[in-house]
Design a protein around this ligand. Structure first.
Ligand code: HEC
Length: 110
């Protein structure tokens, strides 16, 4: 997946979204959200819904707060045995955090 000019995060798994404003690479927030938007649409929307509106069959990713970063990355890397696929072979950390940044940019569910 093309993650544009985002700084390379490497293999060591972060426990916090580096692209969130105020964090290490917060200045890339807008760029990460944009890359995350297409990565989300191509890989996650089929199950988690267009613009993360889940419709209730899968968890609504907009409900995760900034305290859930570690939980988020663990789920995306490893998946679950209840239907969430593992992405660590097909996606790098940059793409995973870009998706997280995109979802954070969306309005929270009512
Ligand atoms: C094949 C359908 C499917 C796809 C594709 C999918 N997911 Fe999931 N995801 C699920 C299901 C089902 C669960 C609930 C699993 C469970 O409860 O064990 C889930 C759970 C999660 C969770 C945990 C949320 C919570 O509140 O517990 C995260 C984070 C997540 N998915 C992120 C993603 C991301 C990011 C993508 C795209 C890279 C993605 N998922 C693609 C089906 C999918």
């Amino acid at each position: 997946m093309d993650t544009g000019n985002l700084p390379e995060l490497g293999d060591e798994v972060r426990s916090e979204n580096p692209f969130r404003e105020g964090n290490e690479f917060g200045e890339f927030n807008a760029q990460a959200a944009k890359i995350g938007e297409s990565a989300y649409a191509g890989n996650c929307a089929a199950c988690h819904g267009i613009r993360a509106m889940s419709g209730g069959l899968t968890p609504d990713l907009r409900e995760l707060t900034e305290w859930d970063d570690e939980y988020y990355i663990g789920r995306v890397m490893n998946g679950t045995d209840r239907g969430m696929p593992s992405w660590k072979k097909s996606m790098d950390q940059n793409a995973m955090w870009a998706i997280r940044t995109y979802v954070e940019s969306l309005a929270k569910p009512e």
